[in-house]
Structures are given as C-alpha cells and as structure tokens.
Write a protein that binds this ligand. Structure first.
Ligand SMILES: Cc1ncc(COP(=O)(O)O)c(C=O)c1O
Length: 385
C-alpha cells in the first residue's frame, strides 16, 4: 500500500484498475454488448466461486432480491420476515410482490436477525425468511434451517454485504435456498450496478431467468404451441432486469481480485479491532470464529458507548473522514409505518443499535497511512468524550 495520506477518506469505494478498464473496452469493441457470452461466463465463475450449481445475474442486487422472492412464490397476502437493520431493498422487494413485510429484532451479538424473534413471528402465511449477513458477518444459518424444517418456508439470504464470507468452511451462498449478492461500487466487487442470485435448485434457476426477461420463454418444451423460429411466449409477469456484457466483463475481471480484496478488508478490520478494543466508549463489530469462518467486512460499524453520535459524526467530517450510518431501521421509515403500522419501540435492539452506530471507512484500496489516520482520529475524538 502506498504511504501517502489522501484526504478525504470515504466510508467505502470501488477499486478499478487498468486490467478492468482494458477488459471492458475489449467487450465494448466486440459483437455482444448485452445478452452475449460474458453473462454466462460471469454466472459460471460466480457459481464456481461460491460452490453452487447455478448463478443468475441481474442489473442490481434489488432486482436479484425481487426475482428471488418471486421464485420463492411470494405473492399477495404472503409474509416475508426480515431484519429492520438492512437497506430498504430487502423489504421493498417483498412489497413489490404484494407481500406483507414482517420484521423481527436483531441479535446484539451479531447485529443480524435473531432466529428466536423470527420464530415468534411465523404464521401460516410466512413464505420467506430473509436473514441479512449484515456488514459482511456471515449470519449463522443453522437456527434458520431448523425453523425451516419445522415450519416449511424458503430461506433467501441477503448477502449483499457478504461476498467472500465463509461459515463452517463453506462460502456464504452455499446453504440458503437462494442467496443474493450486490455489485454496487462499495461492495466487494463491482459491475457499476448489478447483482446475482445463487442457488442449487434448477427450478429456482428457471424461474429467476424467466423473471429477468419479461416472463418470456423460448424453451420448446415449455411452449403451448410452436409457430416458427421467431416464436416466444410470455408465461408470467417479468421485467427487464438484464445486466450487460460489458458489466459482466468488469465483474469477471473484479472476481479475479476478490480474494485479495476480502483479505485486505480483514487486514484493515484487524488493525481497527486491535486499536479500538481497549477504548471504553467504542464497541468493535461482532467477530467470527477463527476456524472455518471468515468475515467479509463490507463495512465497519462502530458502536458508541456514552458518546453523542451526531457530534462524533461531525467531528470525523471536520477531520476529512466521511462516515455513514448503516442503517436507519426500516420499520421507522414513513412508508413502512403507513403501510404496515410499525411504530417506534417495536424493535428495541435495532433502535438502540441505530442510535449508537457510525460506519468508519473500510475499503481494500485504503492506504496504511489512511488506516492509521482513521485510527488516531477516532481515538482522539472518542477521548474528547
Ligand atoms: C443489505 C442490502 N440488500 C440489498 C441491497 C440492494 O443492492 P443494490 O444496491 O445492488 O440494488 C443493498 C444495497 O446496498 C444492501 O445493502
């Protein structure tokens, strides 16, 4: 890492190099800029990386979620249970299909959905439970798999934050019925905008592909009749959720660097953990077990203990560190309060977490000088009280 201190320091950003740019240019010069071979090539590489049979790429993580809920059969009157500490997209994608979003509180040991709270919310209408591997922490799926066995719903893991995370020796993406990842620029790899659903189910895979292209099929065995080579049929209501070939080329090039990116994220987080663990008014993020687990550290959520969040946030900004807050609990959004009647006080852990959280910079391209600057500045501000 270069040693010079570049300011300001954003909370996250992409790392695009000449390799990526040259690869994209080559695709742009070719015959296919969309619906071409790079799409399948990217899908194959992603499936291989995660260790699953199928990957279906989309033009965003949000459309990937929408498609995954569709493939799970979510419709009018169904319920989707998820965490209030997530980006609104996790919940919105269920509303798009006419479902009711049921929140369950988070576990303060992980900041992820608490399986015991989920069990209290399960009804005969529960179609999907969507745990979020928040901040890159790979949520333990075992209790959710047990609940699935007992009640029979589908697990869609929102792993937008967790590409490259490992739990129990397996990559995140290998255990849930379907898992989504996002390729937004602050994520582990980027395609500008983009996302993917990974799964071992051929049935889900087919539904995902149908949904991605207007609900249209050309597959002969599915057609009700056959008029000629031009013929296709629309069987369900789908969308144009396709991603381009030049984006997939960028994704392929980025995927080759993923291990290095995730390792660097872990290296920075380790420095932060060491530096902040002795500071009384700072709480470092949940850690994973050493053996067989790996955090993906999409973000570094620092919790303040007795410090005023707003003033901490502005003091960082004055010193050219650009923090964020992840997230405003989704049940507190006016839309969710109006649509489903949620109120302040409904999810005490999520609300307590939100009031105390500040996301400090963490991205693979951060220089050591930037990391040290963030550490020194955070400690200085924390000691001001
Ligand atoms: C947890 C989570 N889920 C879903 C999404 C949606 O992904 P995208 O921005 O690619 O649509 C995001 C994006 O930030 C996210 O953080």
């Amino acid at each position: 890492m270069p040693g010079d201190l570049e300011l300001p320091i954003p909370y996250g950003r992409q790392w695009i190099d000449e390799d990526d740019i040259n690869a994209v240019i080559e695709t742009l010069r070719g015959d296919w800029i969309t619906q071409g071979p790079k799409v399948e090539e990217f899908e194959k590489s992603l499936a291989e990386y995660v260790g699953v049979k199928y990957a279906v790429v989309f033009n965003s993580g949000t459309s990937a979620l929408h498609a995954a809920y569709f493939a799970a059969g979510v419709g009018e009157g169904d319920e989707v249970i998820t965490s209030p500490i997530t980006f609104v997209a996790t919940a919105n994608a269920a509303v798009m299909l006419g479902a009711r979003v049921v929140f369950a509180d988070i576990d303060m040991k992980t900041y992820c959905l608490d399986a015991e709270e989920v069990e209290k919310k399960i009804t005969h209408r529960t179609r999907v439970v969507a745990p979020v591997s928040f901040a890159g922490y790979p949520v333990d799926l075992r209790p959710f798999l047990d609940l699935k066995e007992k009640y029979g719903f589908i697990i869609v893991e929102d792993a937008a934050h967790a590409l490259g995370a490992i739990r129990n020796g397996k990559k995140v993406g290998a255990e849930a019925d379907m898992t989504i990842f996002s390729f937004h620029p602050v994520k582990h790899i980027t395609t500008g905008e983009g996302g993917v659903v990974v799964t071992n189910s051929e049935i889900f895979c087919e539904k995902l592909k149908l949904f991605r292209t207007h609900g249209i099929t050309k597959s002969e065995e599915k057609l009700t009749r056959y008029d000629g080579p031009w013929y296709y049929e629309q069987h369900v209501l789908g969308y144009n959720y396709r991603i381009t070939d030049f984006q997939c080329t960028l994704g392929l090039s980025q995927l080759r660097k993923l291990e290095r990116f995730v390792e660097r994220r872990n290296e920075i987080a380790k420095r932060y953990n060491e530096a902040f663990s002795e500071i009384d008014n700072l709480i470092t993020p949940p850690k994973v077990a050493e053996e067989g687990w790996r955090h993906a550290y999409h973000i570094y959520p620092l919790l303040l203990n007795g410090l005023e969040r707003k003033s901490f946030f502005f003091k960082l900004r004055e010193r050219k560190i650009l923090p964020q807050v992840h997230y405003i609990p989704v049940h507190l959004q006016p839309f969710y309060q109006e649509r489903f009647g949620y109120r302040e006080g409904d999810f005490p852990n999520a609300e307590d977490y939100y009031k105390r959280e500040v996301t400090i910079p963490l991205f693979p391209r951060m220089s050591d000088a930037q990391v040290e600057y963030v550490i020194n500045t955070v400690i200085e501000i924390a000691s001001e009280g």
